[in-house]
Ligand binder design. Structure first.
Ligand SMILES: [Zn+2]
Length: 320
């Protein structure tokens, strides 16, 4: 049994996860990042202790062997330190040691988008492939790159940040300070901003009706639903997103040639409409089309992926 802890700005959600990726027991507590790092580590240790005690009582044949954490931030190359996690105000925190000291168990850390990709690779849409890349299309765009069955952290811990790879210039600047990041085209935020802009420029759109006439109430789902219905603004937002995502897939194929791509996050709820457009959108973008027919899938795990993936981080890290 392994414990997974999904660290968010609002909640710490944890679970004891069995060999089949089932959460056999879960626990959560408010994150309260304003109380500081040490207080959060205490809360994480308390959750782990609670779960370990439950397992000892209820599944003594399968004791807890390790803890994995999904962190909304950058993890050092050696997996020991949270370099930066702005949403929870952590900077250079030695979480691996601190949580291990408190619980007496090995601790492994990964970025939260990476954790989602681990869950998919172990139990979901990319199961069975040693080279897999996941894009999480949510408020931002997160990435998980798995090569030879291991996640890629990079020399400075900042690898797999697919959302901040650049493609041209966009009409607004990314949260990271750069202009042209993939996430400004392909995230929910990017879709909403583009729809708002096109409407403000005078284009007629059913999206405004869906939003009750208030551009501030536009959601990514409205934009995608409008695109499905053939709305002009929805279609333009959607086509630009597909073009930028398929450029990114093509670039990733040229770099590392993964066996499979998977897309998750709220935007991926557009389902086959998005998947079919992405497959069609690869036309003309592959350097060796006679060798590569990209396998693009939809993520298959739901809300539990954050905990399940975290639990299995240890399996995806190169241990020294
Ligand atoms: Zn960026």
């Amino acid at each position: 049994m392994k414990i997974g802890i999904d660290v968010g700005g609002t909640n710490l959600a944890a679970g004891a996860v069995d060999n089949n990726g089932q959460i056999v027991h879960s626990a959560s507590t408010p994150a309260l990042p304003e109380n500081g790092y040490a207080s959060m580590v205490d809360s994480m240790a308390a959750l782990a202790d609670e779960l370990a005690a439950w397992v000892k009582e209820n599944a003594p044949e399968d004791p807890v062997t390790e803890i994995g954490c999904g962190i909304p931030g950058i993890i050092s190359r050696d997996g020991a330190t949270v370099v930066n996690a702005p949403n929870i105000f952590w900077k250079n925190e030695p979480l691996q040691k601190d949580l291990s000291d408190k619980t007496g168990l090995p601790v492994y850390l990964a970025n939260d988008a990476t954790v989602a990709g681990i869950a998919e690779n172990r139990f979901g849409s990319t199961k069975g492939f040693d080279d897999a890349v996941m894009y999480t299309l949510g408020t931002g765009v997160g990435g998980c790159v798995i090569i030879n069955g291991k996640i890629v952290n990079g020399a400075h811990g900042v690898a797999s940040e697919i959302g901040h790879t650049l493609d041209g210039k966009n009409f607004y600047t990314c949260n990271c300070g750069k202009n042209g990041c993939l996430e400004t085209y392909a995230s929910a935020t990017g879709l909403i901003k583009r729809a708002q802009r096109l409407i403000s420029e005078g284009m007629q759109s059913s999206i405004l009706d869906l939003a009750g006439g208030d551009p501030d109430k536009i959601t990514a789902k409205m934009v995608l639903d409008a695109a499905k219905a053939g709305d002009e603004v929805g279609t333009e937002c959607f086509e630009i997103m597909v073009d930028k995502l398929t450029n990114s897939f093509a670039n990733v194929i040229d770099l590392i040639d993964p066996a499979v791509f998977t897309i998750g996050g709220g935007v991926a709820n557009a389902g086959d409409f998005l998947l079919d457009a992405l497959k069609d959108g690869m036309e003309g973008k592959i350097t060796y089309p006679e060798l590569v027919d990209p396998d693009i899938r939809l993520a298959s795990l739901g809300n539990d992926a954050g905990i399940v993936g975290a639990a299995y981080v240890g399996d995806y890290i190169v241990k020294k």
